[in-house]
Design a protein around this ligand. Sequence first.
Ligand SMILES: Cc1cc2nc3c(=O)[nH]c(=O)nc-3n(C[C@H](O)[C@H](O)[C@H](O)COP(=O)(O)O)c2cc1C
Length: 337
Amino acid sequence: MERKPLAQMGLKEIRELARLRMPPEAWEHFMGAAESRTTLRRNQRALRRILFRQRIFHDVTDPDTSLKLFGRQLPTPALVAPIGSFSLIGERAERQVADGASRAGTMLFVSHAAKSSVREWAEGTSAPLVFMGYLTRGREDVLNCARTAEKLGYAAVGLTMDTVQPVKIGDHVPLSTKDGRPRKGHPASPRDIEWLKREVSLPIVVKGIMSAEDARIAVDAGADLVVVSNHGGRILDFNRAAIEALPEVVREVRGRVPVLLDSGIRSGGDIVKAVALGAKAVLVGRPIGWGVGAAGAEGVERVIAMLTEEMKRVLILTGVRAISEVTDSVLIHEGSQ
Ligand SMILES: Cc1cc2nc3c(=O)[nH]c(=O)nc-3n(C[C@H](O)[C@H](O)[C@H](O)COP(=O)(O)O)c2cc1C
């Protein structure tokens, strides 16, 4: 059967194509989540319960989706999440993600667990980059990578701090895709944030915040940006959805630093909801894996373009001129009026 052109595919079709094209182990790993998968499902369910207030009498026809982050002008708030295991999809997958992010002009967060080095990512893309370290690999290695990132003109560096216990796929802890060793957890300490802040001059990102208390600790220790995330449901089963934790984090942070959100973003509408609740931008995880699995760099570009087009449609239908002007007034929470 003739395949639809990529530009006409929706995310579900891209996901289906990825399922057919990806090695089965990679598919299982990407779709996997901890234990009963309740957190994974809740991420999307909670987003779906939030509704929009439609507005039609206005002159918004071409809303502006651009924003500035770490001094970089970006065309869209849909950013690429750090994923350590793109290489399971194929030998060229990391290069294709780097290329896809360049084409989309979006920001690419790269994982310490990836096969490509900090330098290889920079050589493969014109996208602004953020390096996300894992302390399980030791402070020395985090620092080497962070210093290289600094030299190579990365926009920021940071720590993924929610792997206090390792990721789980169902009832199993997967092996590291980088070195095949069993994954380990690492305690999270504000001293690690203070340390990295002292050692590098780039802004410091802390990912894995799910409460006001942890947000305060991270910002007091020197975080320049926090990412509200439950790691796409891969760490704590029966966690809240990330979108449910966002309001208390935004209240606590009170504009001291920008807040990003990930976990469950599957449409442009989801992005508008996150921004309306106080996020500056979002990270997109599994859909990027589907994009690269389905169609390489073009697939990644298409996923970002699709999310951005959908976002524009929602902005027009809620009468908002720019993503930077979105407020909670575009939303209705089910159960309220
Ligand atoms: C296969 C896979 C690998 C991941 N690897 C990392 C990683 O190395 N570092 C990290 O900070 N987060 C990692 N994450 C979490 C993502 O950065 C992000 O928080 C999550 O995927 C967002 O949820 P979503 O997939 O529902 O968009 C990984 C997620 C997946 C699905």
